[in-house]
Design a protein. Sequence first.
Length: 361
Amino acid sequence: MGADAFLRAILALGVVIAASRVSARALRSLGQPAVIGEVLSGILLGPSLLGLVSPAAESFLFPPDVQRILGVVAQAGVLLYMFLVGLEFDWTLVRGRGASLVAASQASIAVPFALGCALAVAIERSYAPTGVSRPVFVLFMGVAMAITAFPVLARILTDRQLTRTPLGVAALTCAAINDVMAWVLLAIVIGIAHAKPAGGIPGEFVIAFAVGAILPARSRFAQAVDRWLHGPVTILLLPAFFALTGLRTQIALVSSAADWLLCLAIVAVATAGKFGGTTLAGRAAGMSWRFAARLGALMNTRGLMELIVLTVGLEAGIINPRLFTMMVIMAIVTTAMTGPLLSLIPAGGEDREDREEGPHA
């Protein structure tokens, strides 16, 4: 791998960063989180659009040598990002929040996990890669359905000035617990598969998250590290991950009516599991219907965390490129749904009650 590959990798990364910034700004103007635009920019630079319009341009920008360099950059970006996510995890949010949050957080994992496993059993013969055992495929699909994007959720709450409200505290607490459990489950599934993903062993992600979570969230050191790393990681390193995700996402693979019906089913199952499971569990634990439904809408956010899990599964050979593409579409759709769902479920008088008393059992 010579100097030419590094120069072309710098060029490719520059194109990726520029495209992601433009797309993120455009999607923000539509009320969507920046991650949606960043993911879409990666897809547009891959075979789904650029590869169709100008195959020569795609092959020039992203030849195998350049993709390998971008892979290293993406690996570093994701590891540092997981560390930053850990820094945002405030353990004080978990203490003293009552049975309602415990019920909601567990349901937000258990229900989509169970529905994802059931769907996997139904589609295994047609969509599981050859050589992958049924338990590994089924368990992975369950984990993939159970993900909530803690960082994207935090950004949505910040944009809507909900971070320090009872709803925001409840969502952050549930999402933090959800992410820890989901990563543990993923590590178990990969361990069962005896797989060594080329793009990064999940244990490294868990360790990066754990190291960040151990540090006091509001300490000067944690705040300083966040200031130093947040910009370089999100602006320079993560776009490489989105680009590689886009290069692996081939919309053309989802071509038949059966494929698109399955894609719709995946979105429906994912939404029913997260939104429905969280809402019903929250209500059963004593939350108002509106509060529980708004919490369910927030927990349905997936974003970057889902893409990391899907990439691990693709590189481990647990899912094939066609199913990977369907799951990426699901991640984008469910994340994009969060804002509109919150707007459709007005807070009203019940929110004033929740602001005063918070969710309670």
